[in-house]
Design a protein around this ligand. Structure first.
Ligand SMILES: [Fe+2]
Length: 490
């Protein structure tokens, strides 16, 4: 009750209701899910005094049955190793997940000695660590001594040992999450699962829970990080005040943000004539290997661009991944991109386990689409650049891909664009990455999109119903310096 007392002290005259952090996570997940009742597994760094919880959510009640107290659990371990690997800004854990397939899990035992766990996935670091800078810094030193590998400094090249440590961490994470999911199945007797909390952004683990067969259906919250807790808290209170209301969000997607507004005046000089629709023209440009910014309609909620504020490319182009990473996103070259694929075609290309409207899990490219890779490739660069399939820019080195399955009923506009691309190329998918540079929030308005467009090497911008050519009036130095303002957040 310390938190409630503290809140009352801060706002003595304001009526308020306290929404517990993990319940807020679970509530947001439930509201976006198709379930009437489900188990939930909530996993994050810390929420009040717990780091993991298992419970049941219904339209009437969201209740925690089991919880792991203290913060030095699985979420903190992932953050600690992320910092140790030199990705030291808050929320960089997904970079380690992206790095993991390049390595071998040779440090699993050593990491397990540092953070042992029980049969149900209750993991604890052997020393008490919390999220304060001093504690994390001391823990990084202890981890380095334990692994006999020096921590990587920010921007230093990645050594093979560091890449193997990323692979080992991801292995442990997936094993522990599966143990917890198994326990949740047994403890709640529910057949559907909501996977939520910041750790549910680990879409590889989310995919493994789906494929495990432990639950009939698994739904991963599209706003599983703390950005979803405000929504969850509002829904909890709504539930409390209107006990009969299930509090569901429109199943037709999460496009709840604002429209972009009008293009800036200066853009009119660069407006191109369109032959046919913007969809046809943009699809043709994509098929010619151009990079296209796509800003149409209401913005998507959450950390991932879902076809309303996106940068798009052709997944068949061999060097598209490095062009997008280095010249447009200004980020590490190994980072993979996600395919947006027509939902009706996803089974022909991937082992997709149900819809992924929000890029919430990874699937694997079917073997018939893979090229054979010679044994003995080693090192990040060699593995990164070997062609693995005809869609090299959206398929990771382990043939995984973080899918967005696009349904006509959910996002007809984006579906129309990908359909046009398929008509031209025979490939029912395009690269879809968020419209921003590294560290920058996803662009929201037309003005933000225009500024990002002209400071990067994006070739064309689709903004509302118009297409613009890039003015190309900025030097490389000006572009780099513009992007650098966001660097501290990357
Ligand atoms: Fe959280």
């Amino acid at each position: 009750m310390t938190y409630v007392r503290e809140a009352r002290r801060m706002f003595p005259k304001t009526p308020f209701r306290f929404a517990w952090h993990h319940l807020s996570h679970a509530s947001a997940a439930f509201a976006a899910s198709p379930f009437e009742q489900a188990a939930f597994l909530c996993l994050d760094g810390k929420g009040e005094d717990i780091s993991a919880s298992i419970g049941i959510a219904t339209g009437k009640r969201t209740k925690i049955l089991y919880e792991l107290p203290c913060e030095n659990g699985l979420g903190l371990l992932y953050t600690l190793v992320t910092y140790y690997l030199g990705f030291d800004s808050l929320g960089s854990e997904y970079k380690v997940m992206g790095l993991a397939p390049f390595g071998e899990p040779t440090f699993v035992q050593k990491l397990r000695d540092f953070a042992p766990s029980d049969a149900n996935g209750a993991l604890r670091l052997t020393r008490h660590v919390n999220f304060t800078p001093t504690s994390m810094s001391q823990a990084i030193d202890a981890l380095a001594r334990h692994l006999s590998v020096a921590p990587r400094k920010r921007k230093e090249p990645l050594s093979n040992a560091h890449i193997d440590i990323a692979a080992s961490l991801q292995t442990i994470f997936e094993e522990e999450v599966l143990k917890m999911a198994r326990f949740a199945r047994k403890a709640t007797r529910q057949t559907d699962l909501l996977f939520c909390g910041g750790c549910a952004q680990n879409c590889v683990a989310a995919g493994k829970i789906r494929r495990s067969g432990l639950f009939n259906r698994v739904f991963t919250s599209p706003v599983s990080s703390d950005m979803g807790t405000a929504l969850g808290a509002a829904l909890l209170v709504h539930q409390e005040l209107n006990s009969s209301c299930g509090g569901k969000i429109d199943p037709n997607g999460f496009y709840l943000g604002c429209e972009p507004g009008d293009a800036p005046l200066e853009a009119s000089r660069y407006r191109l004539p369109i032959g046919g629709t913007v969809h046809k023209t943009a699809a043709r440009l994509l098929a010619e290997g151009k990079v296209v910014g796509w800003v149409r309609g209401r913005m998507e909620l959450g950390a991932r661009a879902l076809g309303a504020r996106s940068i798009l490319g052709d997944p068949r182009v061999e060097d598209m991944q490095s062009v997008l990473n280095l010249k447009i996103k200004f980020r590490e070259s190994f980072r993979p991109f996600a395919p947006a694929i027509l939902a009706e075609d996803s089974g022909e290309w991937c082992d997709a386990e149900g819809p992924s409207n929000y890029m919430e899990y990874t699937a694997y490219l079917l073997p018939k689409h893979r090229y054979s890779v010679p044994a003995g490739l080693s090192g990040l660069s060699e593995r990164l650049h070997f062609p693995r399939c005809r869609l090299p820019s959206v398929v990771h080195v382990d043939y995984s891909a973080r899918l967005q399955t696009v349904r006509r009923s959910v996002h007809p506009d984006f579906h129309k664009l990908i359909s046009e691309f398929k008509r031209l190329t025979g490939v029912p998918m395009i690269i879809n990455t968020s419209f921003n540079v590294s560290g920058q929030p996803i662009v929201r308005t037309a003005e933000e999109a225009w500024q990002c467009f002209r400071h990067t090497d994006i070739d064309y911008l689709v903004l509302n119903d118009a297409i613009y050519d890039n003015p190309n009036d900025k030097t490389r130095e000006e572009k780099t310096s513009w992007a650098r303002q966001f660097e501290k957040y990357s």
